[in-house]
Design a protein around this ligand. Structure first.
Ligand code: GUN
Length: 296
């Protein structure tokens, strides 16, 4: 059996990292070391892993990296003070506050306080609006990663029917907005489906490109996919697996084993979209540093 071609974030991110290395070298030659700061409040184990990975990647790339870990009981006022400090720190070109935040802190208030020019997550409402009107300051990392996977795998998007399943502010909404823009890796006809969609399989079966970010393990089965479709799985679900050393296993929203026999190309989990998020975060930080270097 031939099966679908695999779209691997590792391969796509490697080629983007090679391009970033050249831009970072050029910046360093002009006296600017691109800097990324990450703020973590509390000690959520998954967040700790992500934050460590971001710091390590910065160092690998020769970028300046600052990680701040604040205690779980940090007040909103203290966190806003930290945001203000990073807004004013010229060695930091981009920064992010790792989410989720403890429940006593209002995420929106904190995100709104970030200088939009340093908002490499693209979570600030001003940047979300700019992205929507096709004049992006930044693109949000995971959606940008998905788009790069399509572009760099040579998948035609112009005029194609993209069905996005999921409507989160971090993935579903922005990827839908990006795929309908004019330009490379876009110009698509976009449908957004979600948990309230009636007869979801009849909608997903219309997709030339199916992008799934709903947070339900192995939900999309072969009968929901058109023959020859391209399927991008943004899901990251940890499910119990007594056979795995940690007792858990990472699976996507797509039932990979059945869908791989129907799709023409599919991104697996793990190994698919995963590596792209940090890669695009680095790309945003380098872009922010380039803009700061020009305006100096
Ligand atoms: N938590 C999970 N994903 C993300 C992300 O992309 N950015 C931030 N800041 N927090 C997250």
């Amino acid at each position: 059996m031939t099966g679908a071609r695999l779209i691997l974030g590792k391969d796509v991110s490697d080629s983007i990292y090679s391009e970033l290395a050249i831009r970072i070298e050029a910046l360093r030659g002009r006296g600017t070391v691109p800097g990324l700061a990450v703020v973590l409040v509390g000690n959520d184990p998954a967040s700790e892993v992500y934050v460590r990975m971001k710091g390590r990647k910065c160092e690998e790339l020769g970028m300046h990296s600052v990680t701040t870990v604040l205690p779980e009981d940090t007040t909103q006022e203290k966190l806003l003070e930290k945001v203000g400090e990073l807004n004013g720190d010229s060695s930091v070109h981009g920064f992010l506050i790792q989410l989720p935040l403890p429940s006593h802190i209002d995420e929106k208030t904190v995100i709104n306080a970030i200088d939009p020019r340093k908002d490499v997550d693209c979570f600030h409402p001003l940047n979300v609006g700019k992205m929507l009107i096709g004049e992006p300051e930044f693109l949000p990392a995971t959606p940008a990663g998905v788009q790069q996977m399509l572009i760099r795998s040579g998948i035609e998007t112009e005029g194609k029917h993209v069905v996005v399943v999921g409507r989160s502010n971090i993935v579903g909404k922005p990827i839908a907005a990006m795929m309908m823009q004019k330009g490379d890796g876009a110009d698509s006809t976009v449908t957004v489906a979600h948990s309230r969609t009636e007869d979801l399989p009849s909608v997903t079966r219309q997709a030339d490109i199916l992008i799934v970010a709903m947070g339900r393990p192995n939900f999309i089965t072969a009968d929901m996919v058109k023959e020859g479709a391209v399927v991008i799985d943004v899901g990251t679900n940890r499910i119990d697996d007594p056979n795995s050393p940690k007792g858990q296993r990472l699976v996507g929203d797509v039932d990979f084993e059945s869908v791989r026999n129907k799709a023409s190309a599919v991104s697996p989990v793990p190994g698919g979209v995963g590596p792209m998020t940090i890669c695009m975060l680095m790309a945003n930080t380098v872009a922010a540093a380039e803009r700061a270097a020009v305006s100096r």
